[in-house]
Write a protein that binds this ligand. Structure first.
Ligand code: V1P
Ligand code: CA
Ligand code: ZN
Length: 372
């Protein structure tokens, strides 16, 4: 362990007040709940808290096409009916609706991840946190799966200015397809996503056989899982794969996407992870003592998202948190037990020992082809 990690934390109070619409599972209000829980536990006094800059269109265009960025800037709920062709072309609609202040929302969450990467690059901190970021599905010219601008790709591009190799790890229940696609042909970024795969689960990609191409061959790792994976099998698999990856790839920095929809009882997810099981991944990655950029991602049972990211902030700060949730503006959401931790779930675990073992063998086999 480093003697004392310096942590930069990014939050903008405006991010929690945007609204994707009735029945939409993505609730940015979860970010506000998370922040207030972090404050209630007094964690703000142990880290540097920053309001991120609003990412400029030119910064977004480091990855996205300028015409797509321009359209996001121009579109609003009042004029969207005038642009049916562009709405379809850029995949805006049901999953990725146009809502009030959409562009400003993108600027804030993308600005947070870019600022986080810059502070790490300038050695102003050891760990940087942006719970509003982690929108891993956005593509160069397309919105996808509640994601418009891919802040993770922008953050990684920033880290690549200072580091020859960056490792991206994604524990959201969905495949990190946008980040994988952005770096599919390069060996300068290794992407590793753990996700549910099969039964037409969104986005449908992330087979173990998707491994990268050309220079990037063997630098994309996919860990496709079935419903019901529990803490012990997930943590064992995570540790085995990530320790081997770090040993062989020797990254200069790590980006960890902590989507909380891999928790038990998530509205969209289907795993059995407890908060301790999820947080164990954060603890494990922190131990490598490499510059670490931590983001949020999915997470659709808001009170559990707030619990999870607060626990993980505590872990990054090496601070134990009492299990009884302190008084805060959103205390009523944590009724009836007001406890910080949630246990694992009990849906049937369809990941047999032999299935997990075969995935592990294929992944470790591919890692043998990497030069070191
Ligand atoms: O399944 C689909 C699309 C819609 N069909 C044409 C296929 N979309 C999913 C998108 C999930 C996005 C997850 C994002 C993240 O990885 C990162 C932030 O967590 C979807 C689902 C679902 N159950 O998978 N969209 C919706 N539900 C949805 C429901 C109501 C209103 C709008 C969208
Ligand atoms: Ca994932
Ligand atoms: Zn997700």
């Amino acid at each position: 362990m480093r003697s004392k990690d310096k942590i930069s934390y990014f939050y903008d109070g405006d991010v929690g007040s945007v609204y994707f619409g009735p029945n939409h599972p993505m609730k940015p209000h979860r970010l506000c709940m998370t922040h207030h829980l972090i404050l209630a536990y007094g964690l703000h006094s142990k880290m540097e808290v920053y309001r991120p800059h609003k990412a400029y269109p030119i910064e977004m265009a480091q990855f996205h096409s300028p015409d797509y960025v321009e359209f996001l800037q121009r579109i609003n709920p009042e004029n969207q009916n005038l642009f049916p062709n562009e709405m379809a072309r850029y995949n805006l609609g049901e999953d990725c609706p146009v809502f009030e202040d959409l562009f400003e929302f993108c600027q804030i969450y993308a600005g947070g991840t870019i600022d986080a990467a810059r502070r790490l690059n300038n050695k102003l901190c050891d760990i940087a946190i942006n719970w509003a970021g982690g929108l891993h599905h956005a593509k160069k010219c397309d919105a996808s799966g509640f994601c418009y601008i891919n802040d993770l790709v922008l953050g990684i591009l920033e880290l690549l200015k200072h580091h020859p190799r960056v490792l991206y790890i994604d524990i959201d229940v969905h495949h990190g397809d946008g980040v994988e696609e952005a770096f599919y042909f390069t060996d300068r970024v290794m992407t590793v996503s753990f996700h549910k795969f099969g039964d037409k689960f969104f986005p449908g990609t992330g087979d173990v056989k998707e491994i990268g191409e050309r220079e990037g061959k063997f630098y994309a790792i996919n860990v496709p899982l079935k419903d019901g994976i529990d803490d012990s099998s997930f943590n064992r698999l995570f540790r085995t794969i990530i320790s081997k990856v770090v040993e062989i790839y020797q990254p200069g920095a790590i980006v960890l996407q902590c989507g909380a929809d891999s928790l038990a009882r998530d509205r969209l997810g289907c795993f059995n992870l407890s908060i301790d099981g999820h947080a164990e991944c954060v603890k494990f990655v922190k131990k490598f003592n490499l510059p670490l950029l931590v983001t949020g991602g999915g997470g659709y049972t808001k009170e559990n998202v707030a619990r999870c990211w607060t626990v993980e902030t505590g872990i990054l700060l090496d601070t134990e948190l009492p299990n009884e949730i302190p008084e805060n503006d959103y205390i009523k959401y944590f009724a009836p037990d007001f406890s910080l931790k949630i246990p694992g779930g009990h849906i049937e675990n369809l990941n047999t020992k032999s299935y997990i073992s075969s995935i592990k063998v294929q992944i470790l086999e591919n890692l043998r082809f990497i030069q070191h």
